[in-house]
Design a binder for this molecule. Sequence first.
Ligand code: 2AM
Ligand code: CA
Length: 272
Amino acid sequence: MNDRQWLQIYKHAKQWTIEAGERIRKMMNETIKVTTKNHKSDLVTNVDQAVELFFLKQLEKNYPEHQLMAEEGSGRRVASLDNIVWFIDPIDGTTNFVHKKRDFAISVGIYKEGIGYIGLIYDVMDDILYEAVKGKGAFKNGKSLRPLTHKTVALDQSMLHMSHAWLLEHTIFEHHHIKRLMTMVRSIRYIGAASLEIAYVAEGIIDGYLAIKLSSWDFAAGQIILNEVDGLLFNPVDPSLNILSNQPIVACHPDLRESLMNHLIVKKNDSR
Ligand code: 2AM
Ligand code: CA
């Protein structure tokens, strides 16, 4: 794959993402059909499905040899990272979208042999595009994002995004350590759209985002954008981070990695 071919893919990805955003804004004013998937809070709408189908059709027409891994399952099942895979969430933050809360995004991450090359996160309602091409920096609406290392971050001055789900009993993480983490930082926030929260870490307006379970399409684009500003994205319980699995994800300023890993995110039955 040469630079010219990558440029073509990037131009298409950006054009389709902006066009998909226009469709979402338009469809928002029509009646939205909401259905549940695995449980009552796991929502999908006709808009998620239409936008995903739009990307699928574009890929079939322009890049039939590329694979699509997308939330609503219209792509073929992706079992390997061979060749080029597009990880697409047509609406990340579907629950916000259903409630007409403006925090949702289209997330598009393009990988070759498991390596991220192009990441786009489009905040549809505010018309803000976060984007990155591997090795060429990260941008917010065309303005370069500074590497996060231009400032230091101490845990007690940090703002983290994490959901209320961290306060519920669960199998992997120790409840009281999470509570302790929440008292040690400056503040906790949460918006409910993982890709946007990762973009905010890349922008340096929050210092970390912790999610108990994300899918590849939730973080694939964000990982590429974060990489370009020296931010970190990792699975706190499995360093190998298999992008094809659901897993816990931490996105953060590099200064926070050690404290989050060594002191705060303690696995159940781990006596550290
Ligand atoms: P979605 O809106 O596309 O479903 C909300 O906490 C954030 O986490 C959203 O980005 C949401 O994506 C994602 N999310 C919610 N539940 C999830 C699950 N069970 N597995 C993976 N991602 C999830
Ligand atoms: Ca989604």
